[in-house]
Design a protein around this ligand. Structure first.
Ligand SMILES: Cc1cc2nc3c(=O)[nH]c(=O)nc-3n(C[C@H](O)[C@H](O)[C@H](O)COP(=O)(O)O)c2cc1C
Length: 370
C-alpha cells in the first residue's frame, strides 16, 4: 500500500480521460529554436508517461500572434511545421498510454525573466504595466483584444484537430489573463476594466466563450489560475471567498470545465477561515473539477529555486496531499520540478525507492531535456 494509491483511479471529464490523477505540470523549457519543438522534446514528454504519469500538460505554447511571447525559443502552437511537431508528441504520449493537454500562452507585457535578451516583437498588455512600478507592453486597443480572443480560439481548435485530449489556458502567474484580473495591472476605463474583479474578468470570459464556440460542448477546457505572480508572491486577485465567487463563477459559466490552481505550496491556506488551498476553494465555489499543484514532493517552493540552488526530494507532504484528496478538495495533482528532474518520480515514490530520486536544480532546468 502506498499513500498515493487513491490517486491511481482514472479521471474523466468530457473529452479528457486520464488513467490516473497525476499530471505533469506545464514547464517552459525553451528548447524550440524559432518556435519549432526539438525532437528531444518528444522523448522528454513520453518518458514522463512511461514513468507512470497519466497526463502531460505541456510547457506554455505561443498562440498565433507575434506579440504573445517574449523569447524565440518558446514553442509555437501555430503553423504547419510547429503543429506537426506537436502532433508527434501527441502520438507518442498516446502510444505510451497518456493524455496530452497543450497550455496556450500570451505573456501580456511580461519580458521573459529567463531570457531577457531574446529577440521578440513588442509586447502588449491591458494598461502598459505588469506590476507596481513595472512598465510592460503597449496598451491594447479593442481591436487587439478582439484579435487575441480569435487567436486563442484558433489555438484551441487546433488542439482538438490534432487530437489533444483537452486544452489549457494559462491564466496564472502574472501573464495576460492575470494582468486583466489584477487591480494593479488593469487600469482600463472601458468595459474590460473596473473597480471590481467582476468587471475585470470580462476579457477572459470572452476568450473562454470563443474557445468554447470553437471546440464545441464536449471538449474539455482547463483554465489555470493563481493568486501569486512572478513579480509579486504575496499578490491576491481574490481577497476573500466572495471575491473568489465573482472571479471564478463567470469563468465557469463561460465554459471552463476544470480549474488548475497554482499554489507555491499546496498545503498553505488561501484564506484565514479554513485550511482549503486554492484548488479546494475553486472547487467549493464553482463545483467544477480542480487540479492542485505546488511543491509536491519537494522541500522548497519554485521561486526560491529560481534564485538559488537545488531542491531535494521531501515526501513528508504526501500524507497531507492524500488527506486533502480524500476530503474531495481536488480531483488531480500536477507535479512540476520533481518530474522535470526525474521522469521515474512516481514509480520510485510508489515503490519506496526514495533514495534513488534525483534532486531538482535550476541548472538542470536550463541545460538538459532528459
Ligand atoms: C522550469 C519551470 C518552468 C515553468 N513553466 C511554466 C509554464 O510554462 N506554465 C505554467 O503555468 N507554469 C509554469 N511553471 C510552474 C509549474 O507549472 C508549477 O506550477 C510550479 O513549478 C510548482 O510546482 P512544483 O513545486 O511541483 O514544481 C514552471 C515551473 C518551472 C520549474
Amino acid at each position: 500500500m502506498s499513500v498515493l494509491d487513491a490517486f491511481m483511479a482514472p479521471f474523466e471529464c468530457k473529452s479528457f480521460r486520464a488513467r490516473n490523477r497525476f499530471a505533469m505540470a506545464p514547464m517552459s523549457r525553451y528548447f524550440a529554436p524559432n518556435g519549432i519543438l526539438a525532437d528531444a522534446s518528444i522523448d522528454y514528454y513520453r518518458r514522463r508517461i512511461e514513468g507512470g504519469i497519466g497526463t502531460v500538460i505541456t510547457e506554455a505554447v505561443a498562440i498565433d500572434r507575434v506579440e504573445s511571447v517574449a523569447a524565440d525559443t518558446v514553442p509555437r502552437f501555430w503553423g504547419a511545421e510547429a503543429l506537426a511537431a506537436w502532433d508527434k508528441v501527441r502520438a507518442d504520449v498516446h502510444a505510451a498510454g497518456g493524455a496530452i493537454v497543450p497550455q496556450l500562452w500570451h505573456v501580456g507585457g511580461c519580458e521573459d525573466f529567463n531570457f531577457p535578451d531574446s529577440p521578440h516583437a513588442p509586447l502588449e498588455s491591458p494598461s502598459g504595466i505588469v506590476g507596481p512600478d513595472v512598465q510592460g507592453g503597449r496598451v491594447m486597443s479593442e481591436q487587439d483584444i478582439a484579435d487575441v480572443i480569435a487567436s486563442f480560439a484558433r489555438g484551441a481548435a487546433d488542439a482538438k484537430r490534432i487530437g489533444c485530449d483537452a486544452v489549457e489556458l494559462h491564466g496564472a502567474h502574472g501573464y495576460l489573463f492575470d494582468q486583466f484580473f489584477w487591480e494593479l495591472t488593469n487600469r482600463r476605463t472601458d468595459r474590460y476594466g473596473g473597480p471590481d474583479i467582476a468587471d475585470r474578468v470580462r476579457f477572459t470570459v470572452e476568450v473562454i466563450e470563443a474557445v468554447r464556440q470553437a471546440v464545441g460542448p464536449d471538449y474539455a477546457i482547463i483554465f489555470r489560475i493563481s493568486q501569486w505572480k512572478t513579480y509579486m508572491y504575496e499578490a491576491k486577485i481574490a481577497h476573500n471567498p466572495q471575491e473568489m465567487e465573482r472571479w471564478l463563477l463567470p469563468l465557469a459559466d463561460a465554459g471552463v470545465d476544470i480549474f488548475h490552481c497554482s499554489d507555491r505550496r499546496f498545503w498553505e491556506p488561501t484564506f484565514a477561515e479554513s485550511d482549503l488551498n486554492l484548488a479546494g476553494w475553486a472547487k467549493k465555489v464553482t463545483g467544477k473539477a480542480t487540479i492542485t499543484v505546488g511543491s509536491v514532493g519537494l522541500d522548497r517552493d519554485l521561486m526560491a529555486d529560481f534564485v538559488e540552488g537545488e531542491s531535494v526530494p521531501s515526501l513528508k507532504s504526501l500524507n497531507e496531499l492524500a488527506r486533502r484528496f480524500d476530503r474531495g478538495d481536488f480531483d488531480m495533482v500536477a507535479v512540476g520540478r520533481a518530474l522535470l528532474s526525474d521522469p521515474q518520480w512516481l514509480e520510485k515514490v510508489q515503490s519506496g525507492r526514495i533514495s534513488e530520486l534525483k534532486p531538482y536544480s535550476r541548472d538542470l532546468m536550463m541545460e538538459t531535456l532528459y
